[in-house]
Design a binder for this molecule. Sequence first.
Ligand code: HEM
Ligand code: HEM
Length: 166
Amino acid sequence: MSSENTAPAGYSRAQVILHWLIAALILFQLLVNEGMQEAWRAMRRAGEDGGNPVPHIVVGSAILILAAIRLVIRLRHGAPPHPAGQPAALALIANVVHWGIYALLFMIPISGLVAWFGGVEGAAAVHGGPLRLALIGLVLLHIAGALAQQFVLKRGVLMRMLKPES
Ligand code: HEM
Ligand code: HEM
């Protein structure tokens, strides 16, 4: 595990690839889920068939596995320190947002799996309701933060998620 003394200079190649791969898969899950919604409604109506849930299940499970790999790398490799001169309050917000997103990358697919394979309606309600909204909220905050750091505060953080070890 990293400490301030042993923090790496930048994100590793694996961290950068996983960041953008997971971001793309999340976008897909948020935008393309009609098939799963239809399949879920049909299943609730006494086991009818309808809609194709497979892409949602496959992509969602891939996110869970990739998030686990990413978390292990994050704990082993660590993350670069916050930019020099970053106000403590902003650094705290960034940490809360990052770890909040990590938590949701597990809670969302797990609640989906419990809903679908366990037939638990409450898990589906939490999955498509508060957890989905929390993810959208945190990711929007995250993007706003990254763009503000880059273009308003001019601290160049975007580059470290584009070019490994930069
Ligand atoms: C990070 C991964 C995932 C994301 C971001 C995600 C996102 C979503 C979204 C946005 C919806 C539509 C909710 C709505 O508009 O009402 C949905 C529905 C659903 N998802 Fe996922 N999902 C993920 C993974 C999974 C997995 C792995 C499963 C397991 C089978 C799953 C099962 C379901 C079910 C059963 C529904 C229907 C619930 C309903 O319509 O009330 N999801 N998901
Ligand atoms: C669903 C989409 C996204 C998710 C789930 C996500 C998640 C994360 C997480 C958890 C981190 C913490 C670093 C780590 O431990 O790997 C991070 C870092 C970062 N993300 Fe994202 N991200 C997303 C989209 C974006 C977008 C669209 C941008 C660009 C505008 C972006 C820019 C960055 C940057 C620059 C960092 C490094 C921040 C730093 O170290 O100060 N992310 N992201």
